[in-house]
Design a protein around this ligand. Structure first.
Ligand code: TMP
Length: 401
């Protein structure tokens, strides 16, 4: 029973930055969000074809965000120490930011975006440039790989539309005592923060621990630990093992740790299992839109100049939902070379290199990458000292210095 609760209007491919001559043929779809009463899963009503999002032109380079390099290094060290796996596979290995921390003899990647698969192949990691499916898990086995002790995925599983197929593929290739660890944005954090911009084409689902627990169990897997992380504005790291076959032989399997029960309880207390909570979230989203448009319009009417830092997928959702274009926000800076010189999806705001902009020419900076608020405001101290102000819409629309 899927019930619709949010309509974020007509949206483009969130990470498809364009040249001017591509504006006319830009692809748009309707971004609507549903709640499944049975599993408690929050998903997009209509999925976008994966090939339109994940292809050789994919521009999100994880290694270009310095905080993320540190995050993946620390994660690899922690996983190595605790699980000491003999074989490792990463699903969605991007530009190798996590893989590079592992020995390339017994580590493989899966990455449908051909540009990145080439990068990790060149780093010496066998990389399957395909989408993660049961069929691919069979192919990997047929190629002679033994089952994996550690399967890791960051900001990838929530991209996969058919979760039953995804998890049965994991079950198919996870060694008996193996661990599947994945991290994705948290629905609870999104709801608490009002950060509706976590919703865009790539995020086919926004996960609660509750929904994952329900769907993993259906597929013969179980969550034994759930960590809450601060990355991407609040993510959950989920640790999964095989579900013991009945009659239970507990001693061979990891016990479910307290963190799982605590997360399930917290989500239930917040009301994540109730449709009404999702409907209330919609009211907050609508207020956020009205407040942001009102603020930006007033500043513009007062002759202020506004730009944005971080050409994120999140800001694609915000700009297109709120109808913000180059008249309100003059340009966006981003550290990703592939985005520079292009225009933002749908809103067609020019994206430029930070070095080419004198921030002091502007009065306000909108934080498109609000999840890197500390890093960015720290880097831009000079702007603040010169009287510049930042605008964020998370957790509510505010101006700050
Ligand atoms: P994300 O929020 O999806 O991780 O994307 C962050 C984007 O912001 C990415 O394109 C890199 C960019 N960025 C900057 O332009 N400046 C910065 O200081 C940081 C941390 C990120």
């Amino acid at each position: 029973m899927k019930k619709e609760f949010l309509d974020l209007n007509r949206q483009p491919i969130a990470n498809k930055f364009l040249r001017e001559d591509e504006f006319e043929d830009e692809f748009f779809y309707n971004l609507k969000v549903v709640f499944d009463d049975d599993t408690k899963l929050v998903s997009l009503k209509d999925f976008v074809k994966p090939e339109l999002m994940f292809n050789d032109d994919y521009v999100y380079h994880t290694s270009l965000s310095v905080p993320m390099i540190k995050h993946f290094k620390e994660t690899a060290e922690m996983l190595m120490k605790e699980f000491n796996p003999s074989t490792v596979m990463e699903i969605g290995s991007n530009d190798g930011v996590f893989l590079k921390n592992w020995n390339n003899d017994n580590t493989i990647g899966v990455e449908p975006c051909g540009n990145f698969a080439k990068v990790t192949e060149n780093m010496g990691y066998q990389t399957y440039s395909e989408f993660w499916t049961t069929e691919l898990s069979e192919k990997i086995k047929n190629d002679g790989h033994v089952d994996f002790d550690l399967i890791y995925a960051a900001n990838c599983i929530c991209h996969i539309q058919d979760l039953d197929d995804c998890f049965s593929a994991i079950k198919n290739i996870l060694s008996e005592k193996g661990t599947f660890v994945f991290e994705d944005p948290s629905l609870l954090k999104m709801m608490e923060r009002g950060s509706y911009d976590q919703i865009y084409d790539e995020h086919a689902h926004i996960f609660s621990v509750t929904a994952l627990d329900n769907i993993l169990k259906k597929n013969g897997l179980k969550i034994f630990r759930a960590d809450n992380l601060s990355v991407h504005g609040g993510s959950n790291r989920i640790y999964v093992s095989h579900l013991p076959p009945e009659p239970y032989t507990f001693f061979r399997y990891r016990p479910v740790e307290l963190s799982v029960r605590e997360n399930l309880q917290r989500e239930d207390d917040f009301g994540l299992n109730e449709f009404k909570t999702h409907q209330d979230f919609t009211k907050r989203v609508e207020k956020s839109k009205n407040d942001l448009v009102e603020l930006l319009t007033k500043l513009k009417d007062d002759g202020k100049r506004i730009m944005s830092i971080g050409a994120t997928s999140k800001s694609t959702t915000v700009f297109n939902y709120c109808g913000i274009d180059g008249l309100l926000i003059e340009c966006i800076t981003d550290t990703t070379p592939d985005k520079q010189g292009m225009y933002s999806p749908g809103s067609h705001i020019p994206v430029v290199d930070r070095e080419s902009v004198n921030l002091n020419d502007y009065d306000y900076v909108f934080l498109g990458a609000w999840n890197f608020k500390e890093v960015i405001t720290d880097k831009e101290k000079d702007f603040i000292e010169n009287g510049g102000k930042f605008i964020t819409h998370v957790p509510g629309v505010t101006v700050f210095t």
